[in-house]
Design a protein around this ligand. Structure first.
Ligand SMILES: Nc1ncnc2c1ncn2[C@@H]1O[C@H](COP(=O)(O)OP(=O)(O)O)[C@@H](O)[C@H]1O
Ligand SMILES: [Mg+2]
Length: 250
């Protein structure tokens, strides 16, 4: 089967800085990839290329056989950055509904249903300033995926959330993805989060930014938070942590 996302010898330099060098990666349809690596190793740059927000110095990216720009214009990409991008004068529900109004996409998901799934059933009529940062980010994620895009790109989406909220969000997100599968790339600095959510964890090395190792995760789904109490989970986290330390010491 043709991969859903293909990165072929993707390289990007900013002047002297080789942010990415010779990245080859094939992502299958419905696969969940976690991108992890030391600060400055090119994670955001890689994601920005997939989102067509950055132009490669060389190499190419194909998403479903098309250029990222075309795919983005067709509203097939859901995008979540670390900071919530909500309209202050609109309620939670209106902020999520806005995605559907803008894209005009028909979807089996509803703004109301998704907010409930994310534990915000009682906060649909609240405005962003009435919500905690964690709640705002949950609304943000709902807004990014309510139109059910086949591709979901997230750059440290849970970075600003407290530990408990993070865990619940991972679980909810995992559940939504089982019902509505998407090809997903998650940039994270949390090894737990990567192992909890991903099919494969891609470890990037810095200077130049490149793929160091890919770790298969393979726990069955749905993955509940209780998975974190299992020795097999701890072992996988340890494996990724060791590989990450090697990369950090380069
Ligand atoms: N627009 C830019 N101009 C110049 N340098 C950049 C730009 N974007 C990223 N970089 C550099 O590219 C490298 C990778 O950055 P980035 O992708 O943000 O790393 P990460 O997300 O892994 O922390 C860093 O050295 C960063 O300073
Ligand atoms: Mg980054």
């Amino acid at each position: 089967m043709e991969p859903a996302i293909q990165l072929r010898q993707l390289s990007k330099s900013f002047g002297e800085i080789e942010a990415l060098k010779g990245i080859d990666l094939e992502i299958q349809e419905g696969e969940f990839i976690a991108l992890i690596g030391p600060s400055g190793c090119g994670k955001t740059t890689l994601l920005r290329h997939v989102l067509s927000l950055e132009t490669a110095s060389s190499g190419e990216i194909l998403i479903g056989g098309e250029t990222p720009e075309r795919v983005r214009r067709k509203n097939k990409l859901g995008i979540v950055f670390q900071r919530a991008a909500l309209v202050p004068s609109r309620t939670s529900l209106q902020n999520v509904q806005m995605t559907l109004d803008i894209t005009g996409v028909k979807t089996p998901l509803t703004p109301s249903g998704l907010l409930e799934k994310f534990g915000l059933g009682a906060f649909k009529a609240h405005y962003p300033h009435q919500l905690s940062g964690g709640m705002q980010q949950r609304v943000n994620i709902a807004a990014a995926m309510v139109h059910n895009p086949p591709f979901l790109m997230m750059d440290e989406p849970f970075g600003a959330l407290d530990e408990m909220t993070r865990e619940f969000m991972c679980e909810f997100l995992g559940e939504v993805l089982i019902d509505h599968p998407k090809t997903t790339i998650l940039v994270t600095h949390s090894i737990d989060e990567a192992v909890m959510l991903a099919d494969r964890v891609v470890i990037l090395a810095p200077r130049p930014g490149r793929i160091s190792t890919i770790v298969e995760v393979g726990f069955p789904r749905p993955r509940k938070r209780e998975l974190k109490t299992k020795p097999s989970f701890a072992e996988k986290v340890l494996e990724v942590r060791r590989l990450l330390y090697e990369v950090e010491n380069l």
